[in-house]
Design a protein around this ligand. Structure first.
Ligand code: GTP
Ligand code: MG
Length: 197
């Protein structure tokens, strides 16, 4: 898929105020600092469509972007960020779970995972929650430029083994690096395929 247009639509913390549009929607979520905003910029080839930061917790709202006038891309706040108060965590959690429960336009969720780390309980729990709520998801491994290719393979094999303990079938998996621009075609073609089916 070629990205012809990519526009910021709106940010908000209330799913009821998200764009009132029937267009198919693809959400990007994962732990804080995993590289969601960077990936969105890489996919859309826009330098600063989504705000990137070295400090975790940069994206705090539900951000809608309109792509090719035909689908929405959604940048969600990162979860598992230690430096927010319990009260803030609860508020975040509420509007993220509300988003997933009350957004029938949502076609697929891309769950981003830093390829350098072992499977993290918070990600595994989130996948289980998505499964229970029948929300289709795929895994995008990020920051693959930080590892040698054999380490990438090892880590993915380990991750897959752990997933197979709870899932009968593995979700689609993508390996990306926003700095090296790898995995772009694979993710975009996957979205295109779903949009056409
Ligand atoms: P929050 O909005 O805070 O949850 O973070 P995020 O998941 O949107 O991450 P963001 O894109 O802001 O990136 C976090 C940090 O990781 C930044 O310093 C990025 O430059 C860096 N980063 C993101 N993607 C990559 C990548 O593919 N390779 C490398 N080497 N660094 C990356
Ligand atoms: Mg972000």
């Amino acid at each position: 898929m070629q990205i012809k247009t990519a526009k910021f639509v709106m940010s908000n913390s209330d799913v009821a105020k998200c764009p009132n549009s029937p267009l198919p929607e693809y959400a990007f979520i994962g732990r804080s600092n995993v590289g969601k905003s960077s990936l969105i910029n890489m996919l859309t080839e826009r330098k600063s469509l989504a705000k990137v930061s070295g400090k975790p917790g940069k994206t705090r709202l539900i951000n809608h972007f309109l792509i090719n006038e035909s689908w929405h891309l959604v940048d969600l706040p990162g979860y598992g960020y230690a430096k927010v108060s319990k009260k803030e965590k609860k508020i975040f959690q509420k509007y993220i779970t509300d988003y997933f429960r009350k957004r029938p336009q949502l076609v697929n969720t891309f769950l981003l995972v830093d390829i350098r780390h072992e499977p993290q309980p918070i990600d595994i729990e989130f996948m289980t929650w998505l499964g229970k709520n029948q929300i289709p998801f795929s895994i995008i491994f990020t920051k693959s430029d930080k590892l040698k290719s054999h380490q990438v393979e090892n880590n993915i094999a380990n991750y897959s083994t752990e997933l197979m303990e709870t899932w009968a079938e593995l979700p689609p998996i993508f390996i990306t690096s926003s700095s090296k621009k790898t995995g772009r075609d694979e993710v975009l073609n996957y979205i295109e395929q779903i949009n056409q089916s």
